[in-house]
Design a binder for this molecule. Structure first.
Ligand code: CAA
Length: 317
């Protein structure tokens, strides 16, 4: 007779066998394709089933894993150091659709696959033959996607695990919070390639650090290491590489434990307020502050305090 314990052990064992099988088959397939293969991405169907998200996702270059109320998106084009071509940008757009449509996701972490790069920039091969109109369209594609990431209602964290150059630095800056590995390298090398930053770098870097520092980084096209990125306020914290993802997930989980509607209201208040003058910004905060009093989570949070008990998990209501 099978006990519940035996059933569980069998199912865990089967899961492990399937995972090894999927990985082996996929690695063989990738190895047999060689470096010249058109796709350098681990196919989504090769992920163990439990790592995939439900829903209508069809992304080749972005892997998405949901853990309780947080989601971790991994840009997965390691052979090109996760460089952003049009396909990756479209996948990021789909990522935004998927995450925005899932009310159970309270925070999103974005990172890069492999140990070398977060994202080494926009794809130079794809850009090399663009015309003026093509360049503008490519810039608009990236800018539209990054603006959607920036304005996602939920908090976003860039876990920068290596090179974050050009479009990679710009992607990290479209997230709310940046933390990085001690191996990370940031920079806007575009002027060295004969172009300007094209996915918001001139605007977000100047706002995030200072206009003078942004101009120095952009004009010189010089890269900076993690400690310098921390010193100028581009990243909030630096971790040994192996500690980066646990730290990013812990940070996301900590945020996800707070009242989700209140957290989203804070993001909106900060983002919208920064784009206007202080008189209007304060009004934006007042409205959002007031809206919290219509939520069940506010009643539970304050009720628990007054009753000297720990609040129940917030319901996003
Ligand atoms: N676009 C396309 N391919 C890229 C890439 C990019 N941005 N960055 C790296 N790759 C590819 C390389 O071509 C190489 O491919 P092959 O193996 O097929 O030759 C592979 O990734 C590995 O790269 P390297 O061999 O160069 O690795 P490395 O360790 O010697 O150097 C690096 C790493 C310093 C990051 C170097 O790859 C590099 O300088 N990359 C370009 C960085 C850059 O200039 N980014 C800005 C792009 S412009 C931009 O992003 C504009 C914008 O704002 C929209």
């Amino acid at each position: 007779m099978r006990t519940a314990k035996k059933e569980k052990a069998l199912s865990v064992g089967l899961d492990k066998i399937l995972t090894v099988y999927y990985n082996t088959v996929c690695m063989r397939r990738i190895a047999s394709r060689g470096r010249s293969a058109a796709s350098d991405t681990l196919p989504r169907r090769c992920l163990p089933r439990r790592n995939r998200m439900q829903g209508g996702m069809d992304m080749t270059h972005v892997l998405l894993e949901k853990k309780e109320h947080i989601a971790v998106a991994t840009i997965n084009r390691p052979k090109a150091l996760n460089a952003l071509n049009s396909e990756v940008l479209s996948d990021l757009n789909e990522l935004v659709d998927t995450v925005a449509a899932d009310p159970d996701i309270y925070a999103l972490v974005i990172t890069g696959s492999g140990e070398k790069a977060f994202v080494a920039g926009a794809d130079i091969g794809e850009m090399s033959t663009l015309t003026k109109e093509g360049g503008e369209a490519f810039g608009k594609h990236g800018n539209d996607v990054f603006r959607r990431i920036e304005t996602l209602p939920i908090p976003t964290i860039a876990a920068v695990n290596g090179f974050a150059l050009g479009g990679g630095c710009e992607l990290s800056m479209s997230c709310d919070i940046r933390i990085c590995a001690d191996t990370a390298v940031f920079g806007q090398p575009e002027t060295g390639l004969g172009i300007t930053p094209g996915f918001g770098g001139t605007q977000r870097l100047a706002r995030l650090v200072s206009p003078g520092m942004a101009k120095q980084l952009i004009y010189t096209a010089k890269n900076i290491k993690a400690d310098e990125a921390y010193r100028i306020g581009l990243v909030n914290a630096v971790y040994p590489l192996e500690e980066l993802m646990p730290a990013a997930e812990k940070l996301a989980q900590t945020i996800a434990k707070n009242a989700p509607i209140a957290v989203r209201a804070c993001k909106k208040a900060i983002n919208d307020g920064l784009q206007t003058d202080m008189d209007q910004a304060i009004v934006i905060e007042e409205k959002l502050f007031g809206s919290c009093f219509e939520t069940a989570d506010q009643k539970e949070g304050m009720g628990a305090f007054l009753e000297k008990r720990k609040h129940e998990p917030y319901q996003n209501k």
